[in-house]
Design a protein around this ligand. Structure first.
Ligand SMILES: Cc1cc2nc3c(=O)[nH]c(=O)nc-3n(C[C@H](O)[C@H](O)[C@H](O)COP(=O)(O)OP(=O)(O)OC[C@H]3O[C@@H](n4cnc5c(N)ncnc54)[C@H](O)[C@@H]3O)c2cc1C
Ligand code: FES
Ligand code: FES
Length: 1354
């Protein structure tokens, strides 16, 4: 029982105290003392409520979202809100009701309509993010009396990331609950939908377009009761219960206080001057967990009424420091409605800024005071408090109050004008006056839920004097440009007293340059961008104010109308999209757009992942000891401190490995645990096991390694210069004779150049993890792993332990995304865990934290391509010479094969008579890079598409024209001698051009650009051809095991892994059609090495082809055995037949096997057919950029893909959308930053971008406004299972259409500066920094020239 005192004096613990309690999903739970270090997430998962997932632990992914309900005694209402359980301290929810996914709906008791809708709209692929999405939406519905609007729904999901779906189906699933469809949530929906209408996959609204394929939302599918009747109510006990002050303890002597009166709080602060105050814990939590800062006393002030007051009066509004940002937003929205417009200019600026402040879950708990007192130099609100003349009220422990102007409060890096015996009581924001204007600014990598690169707050107060307006007062503040939120004093002083005119603008811009100085090597980098942003923001502010005052002084507005594009703020329409496909049914199930077989388990949180598996008794937790140097000799390893760490159970190093320490998927060039030398930061040196995950991490952190530093190679360029290549990786492909062609004079023109592209983090939502245990006295080793390749886990573990493979079993039920990242890199993690498990004969669980996962497990390869191209004046390409390099990192892993695929795909879809491609894998001192969707193909294709654009620029033609005239044809021979057959490219391209109305789109974009100086639009159409097969011939094999049971149901196991791509669903469809039984009669069990041996990894987009065919083979064998009886008896059902066969002793089980025919390539002769067939596609994109900030959004995307006769078009559409959005991240958002020569402010060889805080994958707000996908009709593929085609990787490259549309828009911006016809390079990812700096103009030219390149880690 915790010591929770009734209202009374703190620190005088009397006899009288109440239980600390919490309700979880309606169940009362007593909170014991001693858990002050624990998060709500840890508590819930320890209770076995594993539906709430740990995706990042830093508030950045939303996988841990739960709903918290509490009783607000001021309004006498229950309030419900979504929070990130990973950051919520357990005791912060004392006396509240927490609803996790398990409390929303369950398969046994009925799914909530939200869950039904998400499942049936195909909104759950791997399912790891799914409970978080459901909870965010659930909290939105419960917190609103009325149904939310579509905008509110999209806004509420900004804090939830999904790496699989591309978000469109999630939006569609939830928009049925928007205002327009009140009936759906109010309980009438089940009636209104029982007329046979269903949820439209494209609009998300009820309709009949699905021909009954999409099941109507049903509240009663399972138990016949209306779901709404079972909604968990707020526990009556909590309505009546008096809140009490709280003092509870945690690990390491931590004390948690919850005072309920300001007096209590001040007394505690007097007693513990170093205590940290906590409200949302979104700063303190990160400091303690990620930065490992230790605090002894935490005082939770969220329930202190004096810090929660709001006082609106005639001169302004006083805001309690503990008010949450969501409450602040609501307050300002009300104020704006109620007060005269001129008084609320600052409030409106705050509203705009808060829209882009974190996600809803963070805003629901993060406080005004927490943001101010953290004094982060990139705080979004502090520049605005400074600009808007806010005053901070500070109270000391004696109760003395003083007031400090916000603009004088911030004194240094995270330092403020506040003593340790003081706290922030409240903030006073004065109303603005007539002719006083406040404006917010923020530019981040990603618009939603991202910290700023630069932000700002600006204010002017103008005074009318005759025909002119003079600046009577001004404030200009910037974040992200110094160690502190910077007040631009010189600029302010300069502005005051000046007439508001264009010349003021020009002069002020010069003054700002001397006010805001950013050093060349300033932390955060992007120096030129940040400086340009500062000027651009001021320019925008000037135009915005000029526009505002047009009613007062129309004559002063002298800018051309096209300049208004600088002040038009971003607004997003609700997403729309069309999914167009034909359904070609083959048998009972093949061709059906069936819902993912696990979807209903995933939406309820019942689906289990590795970390959710109940652990056996006696389980130990493991943490890795990692190298801190990019290249160094290990001098010594000291484990003395680690050994005395709490819960320590052992440290295992190379010397402890029972058999072979050398590992590697292709060549054994890695060590499981480093022996003498480490070759990257993050290389594994050893593994520590302890009783808990936290203790294992702490103990691993205490292992002291002494190094002797060695020189490191930290980029492809350094590797090329030092000839640092992995041994024997040089490869060449050739066709014709490039040299001869270049010299022959046939080429009218020749171009030479380089294309470089950054890498990409997989960011599967479920981090790497394995649970390993021994059985039969340590004679066998079993494991459950999150992997795409259980066979490799089995191999590695048997190899390092010296066990024969039959004694090692690896099982995988499902994984929360893989995308190639779990093809090989997961195996060493399992092997590391297996060593202590085997030696101690105890179960060991090793789940990587997100930052460790990102740091050590490799990325998509960065590439550099050096090209020379010869072409005619008509645009016909004659010769292409390419040197191509990928960054392999410190071991070979799959880098050779990735390079080869890049080389094969280097022609994309183009016919080039003379080609020579030479490639090399660079050895660098980074963690080994690895497979990632597309496997090098997108990188190879991006190089050619880059120079196709360059040819277009040279010839002043459109890139689309150049593309078309160079297309391969039926019968074309590639540079690796494969003949192009069944080429659907021309048909696809023609259809897409028509459906997107390309010429009209081009005209409209040109028209828009001519009227908008500071916003530009661009369009592009890009084709793709993706060869399907493993290029290592031996890997093109697949096995399956099929059992038919006497009740007519079928159990399928096969070698492929379900990672969200719907493989099990498609394979089940194949089995169902084979036996002519319903899909519901087939069950696909886990992937296990003791069921199907020697399986290839689930990769290369080949799995449905291979495992579908292997399953079909097994089914055919069983059918052949059943056939004699089937033709003799006339059975009424398959069950009857199966039963009859059983009694006739017919074997109803079969092992199926399949090899992909006619594939193979010989690198010596450079000839062969590496691919079974090609998947073709094309995409159109239209984007809009803000040339002043680099902000961009995708307005429209139309995709067309040839998937033959799709096995399951709904799943395939999901793969296309998901791949496209992931590709969009690669080309435009996701930047991996390493400590290299380009980023000297990062420690050498260290990864900066190792969490969702720093690394931005697309969020719901980044998907195209109009997102249309259609599948080519009427084109069966004779080489694929049931005439289908592979889908996983091919659409990924189509996202480059967004990149080239961005480039098109930048070209229009550069044309305004007379640079329109000049070719310019743009690296990927085209982040706001690259976009903005390429839009060369008067605000960038003080810092850079027109050919400037922002730095990139390659
Ligand atoms: C995922 C994520 C996204 C984020 N996005 C943004 C963003 O977009 N923009 C941005 O600006 N910030 C962002 N932040 C930072 C953070 O959310 C904010 O700074 C937040 O407002 C902090 O409030 P809190 O209540 O959670 O602070 P806490 O962590 O509870 O406290 C923070 C600090 O403030 C002190 N403190 C709190 N109240 C008082 C008081 N009354 N008097 C004296 N000291 C006090 C505490 O002692 C502590 O040192 C983000 C954080 C996360 C985790
Ligand atoms: S796990 Fe909590 S937000 Fe990612
Ligand atoms: S379904 Fe969203 S991350 Fe996999």
């Amino acid at each position: 029982m915790g010591s929770l005192k009734k209202e009374g004096e703190m620190e005088q613990i009397g006899d009288e105290f109440m239980e600390a309690i919490l309700y979880v999903n309606g169940v009362r739970r007593v909170l014991p003392d001693g858990l002050a270090h624990m998060t709500l997430l840890e508590y819930l998962r320890d209770l076995g409520l594993t539906g709430t997932k740990l995706g990042c632990g830093e508030g950045g992914c939303g996988a841990c979202t739960v709903m918290v309900s509490s009783y607000d005694r001021t309004s006498n209402k229950c309030v419900h809100y979504a929070v990130n359980a990973c950051l919520a301290p357990l005791y912060s929810v004392e006396g509240m009701h927490v609803i996790s996914i398990e409390g929303v709906g369950h398969r046994k008791h009925g799914l909530h309509p939200l869950q039904e809708s998400l499942a049936s709209s195909h909104g759950s692929q791997c399912g790891f993010c799914t409970p978080g999405f459901v909870m965010s939406m659930y909290a939105l519905l419960r917190s609103n009396k009325n149904s939310p609007s579509e905008e509110e729904i999209e806004e509420s999901l900004a804090g939830n990331l999904c790496r699989c779906t591309g978000y469109r189906p999630i939006i569609d699933a939830f928009r049925v609950f928007a205002k327009t469809d009140d009936a759906l949530y109010s309980g009438l929906s089940s009636l209104s939908l029982q007329d046979g209408s269903s949820i439209c996959p494209s609009t998300g609204k009820p309709c009949s377009c699905g021909d009954g394929i999409f099941q109507p939302i049903s509240y009663s599918e399972t138990d016949g009761a209306k779901y709404a009747e079972k909604e968990l109510i707020f526990p009556p006990e909590l309505l009546l219960r008096e809140l009490a002050s709280l003092k509870l303890r945690g690990d390491g002597g931590l004390i948690w206080y919850r005072p309920l009166r300001l007096q209590h709080l001040l007394r505690l602060k007097a007693k513990h001057p170093d205590a940290k105050l906590v409200v949302g814990n979104t700063e303190v939590g990160i400091e303690m967990r990620m930065k490992r800062l230790q605090y002894q006393v935490l005082i939770y002030v969220g329930q202190v009424p004096e810090l929660n007051t709001v006082n609106v009066n005639d001169i302004g509004v006083e805001i309690g420091s503990a008010l949450t940002l969501s409450e602040l937003l609501r307050l300002f929205r009300n104020v704006v409605k109620e007060r005269p417009a001129h008084e609320t200019s600052a409030c409106k600026a705050f509203i705009e800024q808060l829209k882009w402040f974190a996600g809803t879950q963070i805003r629901n708990v993060a406080s005004v005071g927490g943001n101010i007192c953290t004094a982060s130099p990139i705080s979004d609100l502090n520049p605005l408090w400074m600009a808007s003349r806010a005053e901070f009220k500070i109270i000391n422990c004696n109760g003395d109050v003083r007031s400090v102007p916000a603009r004088d409060f911030f004194s240094g890096y995270r330092e403020v004008d506040m003593e340790s015996n003081e706290i922030l009581l409240s903030v006073f924001l004065p109303w603005t006056r007539p002719l006083e204007y406040v404006k917010e600014f923020k530019q981040a990598h990603r618009r939603d839920d991202d910290i700023a690169i630069v932000n700002g707050g600006m204010r002017v107060f103008l005074e009318e004097r005759g025909e002119e307006l003079f600046v009577s007062d001004a404030s200009v503040a910037f974040g992200g440009v110094a160690a502190v939120t910077l007040r631009a004093r010189k600029t302010e002083e300069f502005l005051i007293g000046k007439s508001w005119s264009k010349s003021l603008l020009q002069d002020a811009l010069k003054v700002i340059q001397s006010d805001v100085i950013i050093d060349e090597d300033a932390p955060g980098g992007m120096v030129e961008f940040r400086k340009s942003l500062v000027l651009s923001f001021f320019f925008k502010f000037f135009l915005w104010v000029s526009h505002r005052i047009r009613d007062v002084k129309p004559a002063l507005e002298t800018f051309p109308p096209s300049y208004m594009s600088a002040v038009k703020s971003f607004s997003r329409p609700c997403r729309a999209g069309r999914q167009d496909y034909e359904t070609v049914m083959q048998g009972t199930a093949v061709g059906l757009p069936a819902v993912h077989l696990s979807a209903r388990m995933q939406v309820t949180g019942e689906a289990e992942y590795t970390d959710d598996t109940p652990v056996p008794p006696n389980t130990l937790h493991a943490a890795l000891v990692l190298s801190k140097m990019p290249h160094a000799r290990i001098i010594s390893i000291d484990d003395s401190e680690s050994k005395s760490s709490p819960g320590f159970a052992g440290l295992f190093l190379a010397k402890d490995v029972p058999a072979d320490n050398k590992i590697g998927p292709v060549v054994a060039d890695e060590e499981l645990f480093a022996t003498d030398v480490v070759t990257c930061v993050g290389q594994v040196i050893g593994v520590v096991v302890a009783d808990t995950h936290e203790n294992a991490k702490a103990a691993a952190g205490k292992v002291e390694v002494e190094y002797e530093e060695l020189p490191a190679i930290l980029s492809i360029r350094e590797a090329i210069a030092a000839k640092s290549f992995h041994p024997n990786t040089e490869k060449m492909l050739r066709k014709g004779d490039v040299e001869l062609c270049f010299q022959s004079g046939q080429c009218d023109r020749m171009i030479e150049g380089e294309v470089q592209m950054g890498s990409q983090e997989h960011f599967y939502m479920e981090p790497h993890g394995s649970l390993v245990w021994t059985t039969d006295g340590g004679n066998e080793v079993h494991m459950i792993s999150s992997t795409q390749d259980p066979h490799k886990h089995q191999q590695y573990v048997s190899h390092v332990l010296g066990l024969p493979m039959p004694k090692v079993v690896c099982k995988t039920k499902r994984i929360g995304g893989g995308f190639g990242g779990k093809e090989t890199r997961s195996a060493f993690i399992a092997a590391a865990a297996s060593v202590p498990s085997y030696l101690l004969n105890r179960p060991v669980k090793l789940i990587l934290d997100r930052d460790v996962d990102m740091m050590i497990s490799g990325h998509r390869h960065s590439f550099v391509g050096k090209y020379k191209v010869g072409f005619t004046n008509d645009g016909k390409v004659l010769a292409y010479d390419l040197e191509i390099y990928n960054n392999g990192g410190n071991s070979l892993d799959l880098s050779q094969a990735v390079l080869e695929i890049a080389m094969f795909n280097s022609d994309n879809v183009y016919e080039i008579p003379h080609v020579r491609i030479r490639g090399n894998v660079c050895f660098t001192n980074y963690p080994s890079n690895t497979a990632f969707r597309g496997f090098g193909g997108p990188q190879g294709m991006l190089i050619i598409e880059n120079w196709i654009q360059r040819i277009a620029a040279e010839l002043d033609r459109s890139p689309e024209e150049i593309r078309e005239m160079n297309f391969q044809m039926e019968g074309s021979i590639t540079h690796y001698s494969q003949c192009i057959q069944h080429c659907t490219l021309h048909q696809l391209w023609k259809e897409l051009k028509l459906s997107c109305n390309f010429l009209k789109a081009r005209r409209e974009v040109d028209e828009f650009n001519s009227h908008n100086r500071w916003k530009k639009r661009g369009v592009a159409m890009v084709p793709t051809k993706f060869g399907v097969s493993f290029t290592k011939t031996f890997m093109n094999q697949a096995g399956a095991l099929v059992h038919v049971y006497t009740d007519g149901t079928v159990l399928v196991t096969h070698g492929g892994v379900e990672m969200g791509q719907g493989l099990h669903t498609k394979v089940a469809q194949v089995a169902a059609s084979a036996f002519n039984i319903p899909l519901s009669s087939v069950f696909v069990s886990e992937t296990s090495t003791d069921k199907v041996p020697n399986a290839s990894p689930t990769a290369a987009s080949m799995s449905s082809d291979m495992y579908g065919a292997a399953v079909l083979n097994a089914c055919e064998q069983i059918k052949a055995r059943m056939e004699p009886l089937a033709s003799k008896l006339s059975c009424n059902s398959f069950a009857e037949l199966a039963n009859a066969c059983y009694f006739q002793r017919i074997d109803l089980s079969a092992h199926g096997f399949y090899i992909v025919p006619d594939v193979g390539f010989d690198w010596i002769s450079g000839k062969g057919n590496p691919f079974r067939y090609y998947t073709y596609g094309a995409a159109f994109a239209e984007v809009e950029i803000d040339t002043l900030t680099g902000d961009f959004h995708t307005r429209t995307v139309d995709i067309k893909l040839d998937l033959g006769y799709s096995l399951n078009p709904a799943i395939d559409i999901g793969q296309i959308e998901g791949a496209f959005v992931q590709g969009l991240g690669w080309v435009a958002l996701e930047e991996v930053k390493w400590g290299d020569a380009a980023h000297r402010w990062i420690k050498p060889g260290n990864l900066l971008t190792c969490g969702p805080g720093n690394y931005k994958i697309p969020s719901i707000n980044d998907i195209p406004f109009n997102f249309n996908v259609s599948l080519l009709k009427g084109n069966p593929n004779s080489k694929g299972i049931h005439s289908s085609k592979a889908v996983g990787e091919p659409p990924f490259f189509l996202a480059s259409s967004v990149f080239f549309a961005i480039k098109d828009a930048i070209k229009a911006a550069r044309a305004e500066m007379g640079l329109g016809s000049e070719w310019f390079s743009l690296d990927t990812p085209a982040t706001p920094e690259r976009i903005r700096m390429a839009c060369f103009d008067e605000f960038t030219c003080p810092f850079v020239s027109s050919d400037f390149f922002p730095k990139l880690s390659v």
